[in-house]
Design a protein around this ligand. Structure first.
Ligand SMILES: NC(=O)c1ccc[n+]([C@@H]2O[C@H](COP(=O)([O-])OP(=O)(O)OC[C@H]3O[C@@H](n4cnc5c(N)ncnc54)[C@H](OP(=O)(O)O)[C@@H]3O)[C@@H](O)[C@H]2O)c1
Length: 318
């Protein structure tokens, strides 16, 4: 497995990571501990060492972290653990504004306990909090780094102006800087390409694309007529397949077949070719999925012409 820098973080991350939002999610094979541990075991066997979760993932607050913590028990030093706090829309038992010092101090203690660890490698603000000055958030996160509870910090769902403002505030205050940006990015969702990615690159951040496989649409298991019954798309996100641009998807399938690669390999290769991209944090509900995703990291390195051709199949909608 190729390892990549995550901005200026003092640790590298595996080029393919593992998104953990289906750990503890009802209706998935990774709902229970056995299913989660099987996926984590397969990930580690395949060289995937970067795990991205959040306090709000799972059927109840904290459940994904609890599942992940149990799965990595006894092998904490082999993994890089990323989690998140302060999602604006998700239920949270914690008091106060979600970027405030009080909230962060409470949130981190819960995450550390559920993860069964004394440190979080990457602690990310899940969504911006317009009611709290970024200076306060940075100050609280800086304390956590000084105390050794957090190694590096990242943000998620920030726009370009918020990324630049946070970078400037950290410089002025002399606090720890964010090292990563996590935003939605896949072949069908490239809104960040115009402003967010350039801002993240300018700030030297490692970029982490979420929904990198568009909820599984780009794994090659879907067609105009086929939707595996046990997939998230079939069960809870039918609109992803209903609204997919099937003419472009068919052209993409033909493009992959001509080159002798699977759609999954082409998609992960395309993502890894994007500037500043640190790790493809695709989710996986089964061991064979994470094995295939890990293999895809080195299966095909698209030439610049291939990267352009794939992008051109799915024009960015303004
Ligand atoms: N920061 C944020 O606001 C935010 C928001 C969303 C997600 N995220 C992060 O991004 C991560 C990735 O997003 P995601 O997991 O929601 O979507 P995704 O990576 O686009 O899709 C993952 C889903 O695709 C299917 N899949 C994956 N690999 C496969 C393979 N090799 N073969 C067949 N099917 C495969 C699995 O679902 P099925 O088995 O059900 O088909 C899997 O759960 C999350 O886990 C989370 O860590 C962050």
């Amino acid at each position: 497995m190729q390892m990549r820098a995550l901005g200026s973080a003092p640790f590298p991350v595996s080029a393919v990571g593992l998104g953990c939002n289906n750990f503890g999610r009802r209706g998935t094979t990774s709902f229970d501990q056995g299913g989660t541990t099987a996926v984590v075991d397969a990930a580690l066997d395949a060289g995937v060492t970067f795990f991205d979760t959040a306090d709000i993932y799972g059927a109840e607050y904290g459940l994904s972290e609890t599942r992940l913590g149990e799965a990595i028990r006894g092998r904490r030093d082999r993994v890089i653990v990323a989690t998140k706090f302060g999602h604006a829309q998700a239920p949270s038992p914690l008091p106060g504004a979600r970027g405030s010092r009080a909230y962060i101090r409470a949130a981190v203690e819960g995450s550390l306990e559920r993860l069964g660890t004394d440190r979080i490698d990457l602690y990310q603000q899940h969504t911006p909090d317009p009611s709290t000055p970024i200076e306060e958030t940075l100050g609280a996160l800086d304390e956590l780094v000084q105390e050794g509870k957090v190694v590096a910090i990242g943000h998620s769902n920030f726009d370009a102006a918020q990324i630049a403002a946070a970078e400037q505030a950290a410089s002025l205050l002399g606090t720890v800087h964010f090292v990563s940006a996590q935003n939605e990015y896949n072949l069908l969702s490239r809104g960040v390409a115009a402003e967010v990615l350039p801002a993240a690159n300018a700030a030297g951040l490692g970029f982490l694309p979420y929904f990198p496989l568009a909820n599984g649409l780009f794994t090659g298991k879907f067609s105009r007529t086929e939707r595996p019954a046990d997939s998230r798309i079939a069960m809870i996100r039918p609109q992803v397949a209903d609204e997919a641009p099937w003419d472009a998807m068919d052209a993409y399938a033909a493009f992959c077949a001509e080159r002798g690669v699977t759609m999954l390999q082409a998609t992960i290769g395309w993502l890894l070719a994007q500037p500043g991209l640190a790790s493809v944090i695709a989710g996986a509900t089964k061991p064979e999925q994470i094995r295939a995703n890990a293999e895809a990291a080195s299966a095909w390195s698209p030439a610049p012409d291939d990267v352009r051709a794939i992008s051109d199949l799915f024009p960015v909608v303004a």
